[in-house]
Design a protein around this ligand. Structure first.
Ligand code: SF4
Length: 79
């Protein structure tokens, strides 16, 4: 059965190592994609800096309150 991992993975290096060592068959992202929908494209193009998401979780609250989700940290200029 394929195993997917999600939660707290923010760097290409960690994601790659988890796959290469066989700990998972796939890596899933949630908040990093809210913050940077183009994250995988950036990594594919060679910019392997870690995801910009700072894991503040403020996007989850606006998702509940406002019925839509976006990166609050980016909107407030914190990243
Ligand atoms: S609001 Fe915070 S947790 Fe949500 S995507 Fe932006 S930086 Fe990440």
């Amino acid at each position: 059965m394929p195993v997917g991992l999600v939660g707290g993975i923010r760097s290409f290096e960690v994601a790659s190592e988890l796959l290469e060592k066989g700990y998972a068959d796939l890596i899933s992202f949630s908040r990093p994609f809210i913050c940077e929908p183009q994250l995988i494209r950036r990594w594919k193009e060679g910019d392997l800096r870690k995801a910009q998401c700072i894991s503040c979780s403020e996007c989850l609250l606006v998702g509940v309150k406002e019925g839509g989700i976006y990166c609050v940290a980016r909107k407030k200029g914190r990243i």
